[in-house]
Write a protein that binds this ligand. Structure first.
Ligand code: BGP
Length: 465
C-alpha cells in the first residue's frame, strides 16, 4: 500500500466540524438562560421529539467544553463552527446581557484559541428567543432590530478574538419548518408569512454585516446556506423549467441577495403574480445591496430532483411553493436510509462550480456535510471503537469532488463535517448519529473517538489523503 497523497488540499485548509448551541450545550434553564422556541416547544409537545428527549438533554458541551476541545485538537481540527445561543446571552432577546453567558462564551473562545482550533461563530442557528417569538418572531420587523443589537453585542464582546462570523445558519430551514411544512415551532402553514420571515431574516443578515463593518474589526463575516442543487427529471422543457423554479425558490432566494445583493427575478415575478410580496420599507433594498457577505458557508447534504407538475393542485388549497413542481425520488440512486436523503457526491462539485461561474467565485467553505446513522452501537468493536467505514467513505467521496473543484479554480477554504460528536437533532433528538466522536448517553455522555475521527486526524495532518 502506498502512502502517497493523491488528493492534496491547499495549505492552510480548514479541517474541522460544526455544531450549534441548542444541539450541544444542554444547561437549557440554568445560569440565567432564557427560553428559546425549542425549550418551549419541548415543554408543550414532548412527544414530537424522538424518544421524548429534549434540548436540555444534549451532549452537555456547557460543562464538558474543555474535554471536547481537547478531543477536537486530538483529531486534528484546526477550526470549528459553534453558535452563540441568543437566549443565553440576552435572555429576553432584547435588553439585559447575561454575565454568566459572557463568561461561558469567553471561556469557550479562549479555550479554542489556546488549543489552536480557530472558532468560527454563528449568531442564529434556529433558536429564536421565546420572548421574541411571542411577538411574532421573524415575522415581526422589531425582531430584525433586536437581532441587529444582539449581533453588535456579540462583535463587541468577542470580536477581538473571533475572526469568522456567520449571521445565520440555513435561514430557509426555519421558513420551511416553521411556516410551511410543520417541523419547527411555531408550526404554521402560511406562505405569505413564510415570505415575510425569509425577507426579514435576510434584512437582519445585511444589518448585522453592516454592524460588523462599522465596528472596524478585521475579520470576515458571511452566512451559511444549505444549497440543494436542483436537477430536472428529464430535459423536457417542462421539467427543466420546474427545476429552474425550484432552484430560485430554495437556493437563489437566499444565495442571490447574500452574495449579489439582489433577489432573483423569477422569484420576484412569482411573488408578484401570486400576491405574496413581503412588506419592504424604503431603504431596505439598499441595505441588502450594500452589505453582501465576505464568505459563504455551504451546507450540503442532498440534491433536489424535480419534475413538472403532473396533477394541478386544488386551487382552494393554501398556496405552497410546490404549486409549480413536484419533488421526486430518482429510482436507483444511492440513499442514506436512516435520514431518507439521497447521497449524490457530485452535487457538492456542481454547487462549487456554480459559485465559481455565477457568483464571482466567492470565497467559501463546506460548512456542513455528513451522514446521520441510526443504531451505530452495533458497529462498536471489542476495543470500544465504532467502525464507521461508511462515514469515511461518505466524506472521502465528497472530498474528491471538492478537490476537483479546487483544482479547477474554486475558492474553497475548508471542509467541516456535521458534526464533531453525536448531537441532539431538531426533533429527531439522538435517533441519527453524525459525529466523529460517539456520545454514550447512558454513561454520563462518555465520549469515544470513532474510526472516522482517527481517520480525519491523518487527513488533516497530511492535508489530504
Ligand atoms: C442541518 C442543520 C444542523 C443539523 C443537520 C443534520 O440542516 O444545520 O443543525 O441538525 O442539518 O440534520 P438533522 O439533525 O435534522 O438530521
Amino acid at each position: 500500500m502506498s502512502n502517497e497523497i493523491q488528493y492534496r488540499f491547499p495549505d492552510g485548509f480548514w479541517w474541522g466540524s460544526a455544531a450549534s448551541a441548542t444541539q450541544t450545550e444542554g444547561a437549557a434553564d440554568i445560569d440565567g438562560k432564557g427560553k428559546n422556541i425549542w425549550d418551549h416547544w419541548y415543554e408543550a409537545e414532548p412527544n414530537r421529539f424522538f424518544e421524548g428527549v429534549g434540548p436540555q438533554d444534549t451532549s452537555q458541551f456547557y460543562y464538558k467544553y474543555k474535554e471536547d476541545i481537547t478531543l477536537m485538537k486530538e483529531i486534528g481540527h484546526n477550526s470549528f463552527r459553534m453558535s452563540i445561543s441568543w437566549s443565553r446571552l440576552i435572555p429576553n432577546g432584547i435588553g439585559e446581557v447575561n454575565p454568566k453567558a459572557v463568561e461561558f462564551y469567553n471561556n469557550v473562545i479562549n479555550e479554542f484559541i489556546e488549543n489552536g482550533v480557530e472558532p468560527f461563530v454563528g449568531l442564529f442557528h434556529f433558536d429564536m428567543p421565546m420572548e421574541l417569538q411571542n411577538i411574532g418572531g421573524w415575522a415581526n420587523r422589531e425582531v430584525v432590530d433586536a437581532y441587529e443589537t444582539y449581533a453588535r453585542t456579540c462583535f463587541e464582546l468577542f470580536g477581538d478574538r473571533v475572526k469568522k462570523w456567520f449571521t445565520h445558519n440555513e435561514p430557509i430551514v426555519p421558513v420551511e419548518g416553521g411556516y410551511l411544512y410543520d417541523f419547527h415551532y411555531p408550526n404554521e402553514v402560511d406562505f405569505g408569512k413564510a415570505v415575510q420571515v425569509g425577507y426579514h431574516t435576510l434584512l437582519a443578515s445585511a444589518k448585522a454585516i453592516k454592524g460588523y463593518r462599522e465596528s472596524g474589526q478585521d475579520g470576515k463575516i458571511g452566512i451559511v446556506l444549505n444549497l440543494t442543487p436542483s436537477y430536472p427529471r428529464s430535459q423536457h422543457p417542462a421539467d427543466v423549467k420546474a427545476s429552474i423554479l425550484a432552484d430560485a425558490i430554495f437556493n437563489r432566494s437566499f444565495l442571490d441577495p447574500s452574495v449579489k445583493g439582489e433577489f432573483p427575478a423569477e422569484l420576484v415575478q412569482i411573488l408578484k403574480e401570486e400576491g405574496f410580496m413581503p412588506v419592504i420599507v424604503d431603504g431596505d433594498l439598499d441595505i441588502i445591496k450594500n452589505n453582501t457577505v465576505d464568505i459563504l458557508g455551504v451546507n450540503y447534504y442532498q440534491p433536489r430532483r424535480v419534475k413538472a407538475k403532473e396533477n394541478m393542485p386544488n386551487p382552494e388549497a393554501p398556496f405552497m411553493p410546490d404549486r409549480y413542481f413536484d419533488n421526486y425520488v430518482m429510482p436507483g440512486r444511492k440513499m442514506n436510509p436512516h435520514r431518507g436523503w439521497e447521497i449524490y457526491e457530485k452535487g457538492i462539485y456542481d454547487i462549487l462550480t456554480n459559485l465559481r461561474e455565477n457568483y464571482g467565485n466567492i470565497e467559501c467553505f463546506i460548512s456542513e456535510n455528513g451522514m446521520g446513522v441510526e443504531g451505530e452501537e452495533k458497529f462498536r468493536d471489542e476495543n470500544g471503537i465504532i467502525q464507521d467505514d461508511y462515514r469515511i467513505e461518505f466524506i472521502q467521496e465528497h472530498l474528491k469532488w471538492v478537490h476537483k473543484a479546487i483544482q479547477e479554480g474554486s475558492s474553497v477554504k475548508g471542509y467541516h463535517l456535521w458534526t464533531f460528536m453525536d448531537n441532539w437533532s431538531w426533533s429527531n433528538a439522538y435517533k441519527n448519529r453524525y459525529g466523529f466522536v460517539s456520545v454514550n448517553l447512558n454513561k454520563d455522555g462518555e465520549r469515544t473517538i470513532k474510526k472516522s475521527g482517527q481517520w480525519i486526524k491523518t487527513v488533516s495532518e497530511n492535508n489530504g489523503f
